[in-house]
Design a protein around this ligand. Sequence first.
Ligand code: 5HY
Length: 247
Amino acid sequence: MHLRVINPNTTAGMTRKIGEAASRIAAPGTQVSATNPASGPVSIESHFDEAVSAVGVADEIRAGERDQVDAYIIACFGDPGLLAARELTKAPVIGIAEAAFHMATLISTRFSIVTTLGRTGIIAEHLLQSYGFAHHCRRVRAAEIPVLDLEDNGASALDRVIAECRRARDEDGIGAIVLGCGGMADLTGEIRDAVGLPIVEGVTAAVKLAEALVGLGLGTSKHGDLAFPRPKPFSGEFERFSHLNID
Ligand code: 5HY
């Protein structure tokens, strides 16, 4: 199967790192390709960043359909544009936050999330609510690091993430920790060794869920709200979405 991992921000180094983490965990026979939109924010740290990045995700799904991709992963912890992306394909589309929540509740009754900036915590809380996992999550914590510190100041960023994970372990009465950023995809082992709790990372969790869905022959349902969008004119810079004649 061909699995396309989409990093919704435009930082190529982070896309590469996410792609490598996905390839490492993928089963033999799963071909992984990783892309990011040409246009959009270098990192996603606000509702506005999310809104803009969702269009880039749609473009990457359209590109993946031309490449006959079998499944997609949206590798940003806000799962930006997830439902819109599902409308554009019959293939499974998995958001790393949703994937991590599912996996965490299979191995623990309560988990906490450790994300980057406190201001993005609300985005994770909204997802917990809409996905129905709010009662499983004890706290959404933040290491208070900008997303790109994971690229540029890796060591100190890791120290802050580990420190916050240790506080979660000692204060939240939890059985597992969910890492709240795609840019942490390569840090799972180091954090697990330093904290001593199961660490659930969304990119790798999503790879396994994508393989399971494709293995079961399951894709995005085209009955109901995830049916292909009705073709219509789009204007200006979005004219490329005009008369989407899919299927
Ligand atoms: C992410 N931002 O996974 C989110 C993390 C966050 O650019 N990739 C980003 O803090 O919401």
